[in-house]
Design a binder for this molecule. Structure first.
Ligand code: MG
Length: 329
């Protein structure tokens, strides 16, 4: 099935389809592509954005780290993010939070002093899927690594919780979870993790003004994610899937909305992966991030053969995507 490849390529395909539509409103997108949204990769190679670039940075860090512990992973992630920030290819409308945090990370200070503590922008969420796809991790390693890679740039608890949920969605789908059961599994994780602060991974990040205990810090993140998942459930139950998906579940510029709208675009038609990508790309909000997460979910479930085979040679960074997938599939 090659589900890891399916998910990694699905992420990149969604990113490429959403790249031209990220800053377009829904009416303009429909006027250009029709109500079905963009369904063809364009350009050779078909360019992706910072979403795929940073997901590769996370994935390659997981491969390069001597072990998946906070002490071993943090310096490798930091180096990969700094290399991304300095790369001449970092010209794809990168998020300001990532750029500011990387500038601070570059002087070697503890990451908790470099992160944008108030930011829950989707920039940590869009790059986390390799944490879900790497085989053989314990629950604490997967959850901790998902939150740590988020925390390096986005210190808000909702960014941490949404990243963990995104990683687990990919992990469960890759391992055969029925998409019909995905929302319930994610909501269950919100409830079970609500007061678990992973201090080994996060250190003193929780010490923010007005926060009395680490458990209070992280609970806010899980609560906001649960509310976003509730909106997905209501939107799917309402059954009207026409028009801009962001009207149902949010524009996706923030972490829990990127997760929610990507899940919504995916769960409307989990067996039609190209339609899933096109739905995410034809959105008024953060189209590349929504489409890339939706594509990562669809590909994790359906495998590489679900995508048009010609796209594999057309997508930018195909060699790096293939290398990660070959190790983990
Ligand atoms: Mg982007």
């Amino acid at each position: 099935m090659r589900n890891v490849a399916g998910s990694l390529y699905g992420l990149a395909y969604g990113d490429a389809l959403g790249k031209p539509t990220e800053f377009q409103d829904y009416a303009t997108i429909v006027a250009t592509y029709g109500p079905g949204g963009p369904r063809e990769l364009t350009g050779w190679p078909a360019l992706v954005t910072d979403d795929t670039q940073m997901a590769l940075a996370v994935g390659e860090s997981l491969l390069a780290a001597p072990s998946i512990t906070p002490e071993a992973l943090e310096p490798v992630l930091r180096q990969a993010f700094l290399e991304w920030a300095a790369s001449p290819d970092n010209n794809r409308a990168p998020g300001m939070t990532c750029l500011r945090a990387c500038a601070a990370l570059s002087d070697g200070r503890p990451w908790q002093r470099a992160t944008e503590a108030g930011s829950k922008g989707c920039g940590a969420n869009m790059r986390v899927t390799p944490v879900g796809l790497m085989p053989g991790l314990s629950d604490d390693q997967r959850a901790g690594a998902a939150q740590l890679q988020a925390g390096l740039t986005h210190g808000h608890p909702t960014g941490l919780a949404a990243s963990e949920l995104t990683a687990y969605a990919c992990n469960w789908l890759r391992n055969g979870l029925d998409p019909d059961d995905l929302l319930a599994a994610l909501r269950d994780r919100c409830r079970r993790q609500r007061r678990i602060y992973r201090g080994d991974w996060l250190g003193d990040l929780w010490q923010q003004p007005g926060i009395a205990e680490p458990e209070d810090f992280i609970a806010r993140g899980w609560d906001e994610c649960l509310a976003a998942l509730d909106r997905v459930e209501r939107a799917l139950a309402a059954g009207d899937f026409t028009g801009d998906p962001c009207r149902a579940t949010g524009e996706g510029w923030i972490a829990e909305e990127a997760l929610a709208t990507a899940l919504y675009c995916y769960l409307i038609s989990p067996d039609e992966p190209v339609a899933v990508l096109a739905r995410g790309a034809a959105s008024s909000g953060d189209s590349d991030s929504i489409a890339c997460l939706a594509g990562a979910f669809a590909g994790a479930s359906l495998g590489l053969n679900a995508w048009p085979s010609a796209w594999q040679n057309q997508i930018e960074y195909g060699d790096r995507l293939a290398r990660l997938a070959d190790v983990w599939d």
